[in-house]
Each structure stands twice: as C-alpha cells, then as structure tokens.
Design a protein around this ligand. Structure first.
Ligand code: GLU
Length: 452
C-alpha cells in the first residue's frame, strides 16, 4: 500500500512532466496542478487509481483540432483567425463544452477549459464527456454580418468533428444565442441534417431549452446558498459582489435578487459599477444584451445610487458574498485579502478558474466557504445536457420542470462535494471534494473501458 506522501511525489513528477510536454500553456498547468494536488488521498486509498498510465491518459486530450478561419470584414478585407476544438475525454459521453471567442484564446486556454470541463461534467451525474473550443476572434465592435461570416467560416471546418453522438459545443465568453444561431445554420446547411442535439444554447423556437440562458448564474447562486446553509445561514439580506456583465453575471444577479440578497456590482474590462440600491436588471440587460454596450452606460443612466469606477475591481466593495463571473484569474491574493478584511463569508465561482491558487488558499485558510467553478458553475452545462435530452426525445419541457431539475442537480453536486471532502479528511474543502468526486466517476469509466 502506497502512502499519501509517496503518491503525492508521483503526482508531482507527473506535473513536472506535464509542464515539459505542454510548454507555454500556463493556464493548463494551473488547472492540472489544482486537480492533481488534491488527488493523493483517493489515489493512495484506492490502488486501482495508481494503475500506470491512468492519470497520464487523463491529462492528455483524446484529440486536438486547430484550424484556419478566414473571413471577410465589412470593408472586404480578408481576416484570418485561429480555431480550436480540444476533445479531452469521452469516457462518460460525447465531448461537451462551450466555444469561447475572445482575443486571449490560445491552445493552452482551451486545454485548461477542456480539462476543467471533464470534472465539471462528471459532477453533474449526466452522460457528458469533456471538451472545449473557440477562437481568438474578437466579436466586440463587429457587425452582425461580420459575426455571421466568421461563424460560417468557423463551422465550415468544425462540422467535420462534431455531432450529437460525438461532440456537442455550446456557448462561452463571446458566444451567445446569436453566434449559436449562425453556427447551427451553417452546420445544417453543410450536412443537410436537422440535428438539434449537435449544439446547445439554441433559440427557444428551434430546439433550445428554457432556462438554459439562466442556468449557469442560477446554479451558482443555488450552490452558494447550499454552502451558506451548511453554516446555518441563508441569502436573505446578504450583500453580494458580482463581477462580469455577461450571461453568467446577469442571471447570477437575477437569482440573488429573487432570493433576497442585494447584488451591488457588475463589471467589464473598462471597470465596474457599484449600485447601493442593487443592480437594476432591466437596465443592465438593455445595455448588455440589446445595445451590446459597456457598463459605464449603466451608471450614466441609473441615477444617483450608482457610480462607475474606471479600471477598478469589484472585490474592493465590502460584501458578504463574492461571485466572480467574468474570466480566469480575475481574483488574486490581494483581492482575497481585501474580501477577508471586509468579512466575506462565501466565494462561489461562476466563471472558470477566476480565483488564483494563492487566493483560494488564503480564502480557505480564513475559513471562507469556497465553491470552485467545476462544481458551482456546473448548472450551465447540466441544462445543456437536459437540452440534449429534450432534443433526443423531440420534446420540450416547461421552465418549471427544467428549473426543478437544475435545483436537484445543484443540491446533489453540493452534497457530493461536501461528503467526498469529509470522506477524504478535508471537511468543508469543496475544491478537494469536487476534484475527487469528479475524478472517481471519470477514472472508473476509463478503467472499465480499457486502455484507449
Ligand atoms: N461554457 C459553459 C461552461 O463553461 C457551458 C458549456 C456547455 O453548456 O456545454 O460550462
């Protein structure tokens, strides 16, 4: 029987190997570290997981596709972007995960997201593997026609690699209902198939699921509420800071407000807005979803309760709860120290890996409840899997039914993470609980299916 420290040494060697084999991919290294650092207790306790090659296979994507995406802008000039799809693990089901269109996208970013997605999807308890894709295309400031031409060119290559039983993309940063529409249209045109289950996040009239747009934000708030309940508290009357102003942030604010909390901030890359009366969602939705504008317009139009802080970070606003819902590494150790000083009780990640490892450590040491993204933001992909189920059955469920299923899934993810952390000697540590529980499910399937 190997000890935990011997196991940890083996995992540390593997991490060094991962860094060598995947140079210049710091986000992927970070995501791999974060998982492998917590697996020693389970690998030491269950010898089958120490089988040579199991974890080595888990950290190597099954397939990685990179391709040229040429398109013409409105002036007729040819632009060239890079497209990616990383099909990481299909032991539990077809690859599943979003597409991100953002200038920061590169292979390492997509690999970190795909790796996270494996464990997140496993935690939902549904039959979905892990994958992620995207492009360094920046939709900001582009006309609808340009976005359409880009999406059509992107799909002209991607269609070969996806399918309802193979790989099912969805949205992520920069990819919402508009982009999914253009991508679906081009897939249908090329393949001559009405294959609703090939993409999720579709429009409601053509195969989309009710509550899919809301699901990530709603789910994160339900997860935060479950963490608070463990401590004998609820959301009523709590002040919350939320970063971001995209789909995740908007529906996080909506659910917080519905459950009696006061969500006082939102942000984008230009700075943040603080509104002591609570964010007015109709105004925010109008600015972000209809006008595709910036958050400073919110402060201008809202009146005296709100102000715009250029270049600042929402974490400096005192709050009981923090829900980072923008992007990776947006909350560092200085931000964590500020939150702790201001008495934060819980941090729950709506975005993927928004909290740096140093910040996570600091928060956990200070006794703050910390919900890692792969558990806390799994509601989005979970409802995507429910969208696939509806598509397969050629039916659509009521909003109430989808919301009920979402709530059950979030409760069960919370319970699983909580109990797993306890079982492996780390009570209250949701990072360890989420990593081990997700790992167990995928690893068992991989072992059963042989060396592939
Ligand atoms: N992009 C979302 C995530 O990070 C959703 C993926 C999906 O619905 O497939 O989980």
């Amino acid at each position: 029987m190997t000890t935990r420290s011997e196991t940890q040494t083996t995992l540390d060697h593997l991490l060094t190997e991962i860094e060598h084999r995947n140079p210049a991919q710091p986000e992927f290294h970070q995501a791999a570290h974060e998982v492998l650092e917590t697996l020693a207790p389970v690998v030491a306790a269950r010898p089958e997981y120490a089988e040579p090659g199991l974890i080595e296979r888990l950290v190597e994507p099954e397939r990685q596709v990179m391709f040229r995406v040429p398109w013409q802008d409105d002036q007729g000039r040819v632009r060239v972007n890079r497209g990616f799809r990383v099909e990481f693990n299909s032991a539990l089901g077809p690859y599943k995960g979003g597409l991100r269109f953002h200038p920061s996208v590169n292979l390492g970013v997509i690999k970190f997201l795909g790796f996270e997605q494996i464990f997140k999807n496993a935690l939902t308890g549904l039959g979905i593997g892990g994958g992620k894709g995207g492009s360094d295309f920046d939709p900001h400031g582009r006309s609808d026609a340009e976005v359409m031409r880009f999406c059509q060119s992107f799909m002209t290559e991607l269609y070969r690699h996806i399918g309802e039983h193979t790989d099912v993309p969805a949205g992520d940063i920069g990819v919402g209902g508009r982009e999914i529409g253009y991508l679906f249209g081009q897939y249908r045109r090329i393949t001559n198939r009405w294959e609703a289950g090939v993409l999720t996040g579709k429009g409601q009239g053509w195969g989309g699921s009710l509550i899919r747009p809301e699901a990530t934000g709603y789910g994160n708030v339900l997860f935060a509420a479950a963490m608070l309940r463990e401590r004998g508290e609820d959301l009523e009357g709590q002040t919350a800071v939320v970063s971001g102003s995209g789909n995740v942030a908007i529906y996080t604010i909506e659910k917080l407000t519905a459950l009696g909390a006061n969500a006082v901030t939102c942000s984008d890359s230009s700075g943040y807005v603080v509104d002591e009366k609570g964010i007015d969602l109709d105004l925010l939705k109008q600015i972000k979803e209809v006008e595709r504008g910036r958050v400073d317009a919110y402060a201008e139009r809202r009146g005296s309760s709100a102000r715009f802080v250029p270049g600042g970070r929402v974490w400096e606003v005192p709050a009981d709860l923090a829900l980072p819902s923008a992007t990776q590494n947006e909350l560092d150790e200085n931000d964590a120290a500020t939150l702790i000083r201001n008495g934060v009780k819980a941090v729950s990640e709506g975005a993927n890996m928004p909290t740096t490892p140093e910040a996570v450590h600091l928060l956990q040491q200070a006794g703050v409840a910390f919900g890692p993204g792969k558990a806390a933001n799994a509601g989005g992909v979970a409802v995507s899997a429910l969208e696939m189920a509806q598509n397969h059955a050629r039916t659509s469920w009521t909003a109430a039914r989808v919301e009920e299923e979402l709530a059950d899934i979030m409760t069960s993810i919370h319970t699983t993470c909580h109990e797993t952390a306890e079982r492996y000697g780390a009570p209250g540590d949701y990072v360890t609980g989420a990593n081990i529980a997700g790992f167990e499910r995928v690893a068992d399937a991989m072992l059963a299916q042989g060396v592939i």
